[in-house]
Structure formats: C-alpha cells, structure tokens
Write a protein of this length. Structure first.
Length: 238
C-alpha cells in the first residue's frame, strides 16, 4: 500500500473512532430542531462549510475525513463492489429534498433566523456525554454496517448519507462552471486500459472512461487517490 493511502486510511479510521465525540455536529435532526426555534446550529454551519469546500476541493471530506468512510473502509474485506443503482439515488434525493423543505418550513414558522448557536443542544460540545446520543451513534453504526454488507461497498454514501447531496451538487457546479481548485487530471495517452483504477475505486466509478476524457469528472469521486496510487503508469494526478 502506498504511503499516501496509509496516511489517508489512518486519518479516516481515527476520525471514525472519535465520531461519538462530535456526532452532534453532523446531525441532520439537530438542524431541524434548531430551525423549529429559529436557531442556526453547529450542524447547519458544518454542512454549509462542506458545500463551500466542495466547490474548490471536491469531495475531500468523503475520502479523507468522513467517519462513516472510516467504518466503511474497515468493512471492505467483507463486502462486494457494486455499481450505484438509480433507485437508490432517487430515494436519497427524495428524503433530502423533504428534509430541506421541513427545515425551511420551520424557519418560516419561527419567524426567520433569530440566533446562531454552534453548540445548540450539545452542552459542552462532547456529544457522547448525552445517553441518547450513544443510542443514536450505535444505531447509525449498525445502519452503515448493514447497508455495506447487504448492498455492497460504500452503500451508505450512495444511498443514505444526508451530507452526500450537498457535495454531489457542489462537485457538479465546480465542473460545470470550471471553478479553480483541486481536481484529478489524467494522461489518456499513457493509459494501457489495465482496469486497475476501476477495480480499486470504492465508489465503483468508471475511472477508465474518465481517464480517456483527461480528467476525473464524476460527481461521486471522493478524491481518495486510490485510482492514482494503483495506476502502473501514473496516468492520474493533480
């Protein structure tokens, strides 16, 4: 395994272990609770920051920081690789749009934004100190594991993750408007069509087809660099 992958996997695994500490700041439910009272909370701010970062850095969060990614990569030896199914994407966006609609409705009902409280319902900022959060945490972990075992590699990212649509849209915008920033380029002339990039991609992207275009433009690319590190000719690079 390349040094870059050892570093990346160590980071996402450690952040997975620390997930109980900061799960409140990635909670879609607390955003709804805050909206009901007209409060912008920590999760709201974090989601906004991630969307902005994606416009210029792609989905680095997903590949290098996401705690759910750490758990899913730990499960890789036990799960199969599958292509993303359209029905799964449809379901994810249906509940995501419904969630946004609910947040907007509650803010309107509350009379708009009244305050900003990053630690709303988070006490000292350490999520695990709340007994209810322990149950929520264990439920999320169980959901991620079951999805990966039953539907295949990175299924949580593909079909359930409430943060994924923000970054998919951000990624789409940065490629559509050709925004400057970090992206994976490719030397198509050096490609020998060995298929190793496709086999190693955790999101089951057709990397080889992207290489032929000279750039990895799939909105599901997590910027994990696994395709770049496995390529025998170094076709994929920044």
């Amino acid at each position: 395994m390349k040094k870059r992958q050892k570093i990346r996997r160590t980071i996402v695994f450690l952040l997975f272990l620390l997930f109980p500490v900061y799960i409140n700041f990635l909670s879609p439910v607390l955003i709804i609770g805050g909206a009901y009272e007209g409060i912008i909370n920590g999760s709201f701010i974090v989601f906004g920051i991630l969307f902005f970062v994606t416009l210029f850095g792609g989905r680095l969060w997903c590949g290098w920081v996401c705690p759910a990614g750490g758990l899913q990569e730990s499960c890789e030896p036990f799960v199969r690789k599958t292509r993303t199914k359209n029905w799964g994407l449809l379901i994810k966006y249906i509940y995501w749009v419904s969630w946004l609609g609910l947040i907007a409705m509650f803010f309107i009902k509350a009379g708009g934004v009244k305050s900003i409280n990053f630690f709303y319902m988070s006490g000292s900022g350490i999520s695990i100190l709340d007994d209810i959060i322990v149950i929520v945490y264990l439920s999320v972990i169980l959901l991620i594991f079951i999805l990966n075992v039953t539907l295949g590699q990175r299924s949580f990212c593909k079909y359930v993750c409430w943060m994924s649509p923000f970054m998919e849209i951000g990624n789409n915008l940065r490629f559509t408007f050709k925004l400057p920033g970090l992206r994976l380029k490719a030397d198509s002339d050096a490609c020998i069509s060995c298929g190793k990039c496709n086999k190693t991609c955790p999101m089951s992207i057709d990397v080889q087809t992207n290489v032929s275009k000279g750039m990895i433009t799939d909105i599901n690319c997590h910027m994990c660099y696994q395709c770049a590190d496995v390529c025998p000719n170094g076709c994929i690079h920044n």
